[in-house]
Ligand binder design. Structure first.
Ligand code: ZN
Ligand code: ZN
Length: 263
């Protein structure tokens, strides 16, 4: 790997506040230090309106606790590892103003916009994966990428989280073309893509986004933000060697965000 691990950030990881991750922010930071990374961005799931996906995220009343917890880790790591504060926000039509308000409450370093729902269907939830049998796969991807394009057009986010997420349980994207309008919207909005190694740990066993999609993205000038999507400290920096090698092979640019600006 020509880009050294000690220059890299892992910009996607969670905390137990989302109710499906373990380890304190300090433990994630310590894991990154042991892994030899330059820094991390903690990006837990944003609070959303009470009716939306409540079992899988912090409540609005926990947002201050989140900030406090990450700031403690940042302070404890001073001079050893850079700790930045972000969010994995959701894009779900109708919730934009709520999300905008949360984003205005703190000077975040990095905010991803992720689509986890098609209507009421949480399509990346293993409990609901049977739904894939009832729908047309191309239709799923069309609906999904239409939402991604809308997310890009809101101007609320720095990057799109795990771009080709519907493939998670093994339902690979039937045609690359389905993603082109969304990629063009991402490029037009000057956004980046979360280059997410968690896909390697799922049935599809592939980074999000797939190599073909990432190649088109790189050609459109879209940069990439490395992220493990760690839900446990041991996953920090997961498969970053492979990720960097693939990105270098396709001419992809690796960036991070600080104060919502590209570094
Ligand atoms: Zn996600
Ligand atoms: Zn995540």
């Amino acid at each position: 790997m020509s880009q050294k691990i000690n220059t890299l950030f892992d910009s996607h990881m969670h905390t137990p506040l989302c109710k499906h991750a373990k380890g304190s922010p300090l433990e994630y930071a310590q894991a990154a230090l042991e892994r030899g990374l330059a820094g991390i961005v903690i990006t837990d799931h944003i609070p959303m309106p009470a009716w939306f996906d409540a079992p899988w995220r912090m409540a609005l009343s926990e947002l201050d606790r989140y900030l406090e917890w990450v700031l403690q880790a940042k302070e404890a790591m001073q001079g050893r590892l850079e700790v930045r504060i972000g969010l994995e926000a959701d894009f779900h039509p109708g919730t934009e103003r709520f999300v905008e308000k949360i984003l205005g409450r703190y000077p975040w370093d990095y905010v991803m916009g992720s689509v986890h729902y098609l209507g009421a269907w949480g399509f990346d939830n293993p409990d609901f994966k049977e739904e894939f049998e009832w729908r047309n796969l191309e239709g799923i991807y069309r609906t999904y990428y239409d939402l991604v394009a809308q997310a890009a057009q809101t101007g609320l986010f720095d990057a799109v989280g795990h771009l080709d997420l519907p493939k998670k349980f093994g339902h690979a994207q039937p045609a690359l073309e389905l993603a082109i309008p969304a990629l063009e919207a991402i490029a037009a909005a000057d956004m980046a893509l979360d280059y997410n190694t968690a896909g390697l740990r799922k049935p599809i066993a592939e980074i999000y986004p797939a190599v073909g999609l990432s190649t088109v993205a790189a050609q459109l000038g879209i940069p990439f933000v490395l992220g493990s999507d760690a839900h446990a400290p041991a996953e920090v920096g997961y498969a970053f060697e492979e990720a960097v090698q693939t990105l270098e092979g396709i001419g992809g640019q690796i960036v991070t965000f600080k104060g919502r600006a590209r570094v």
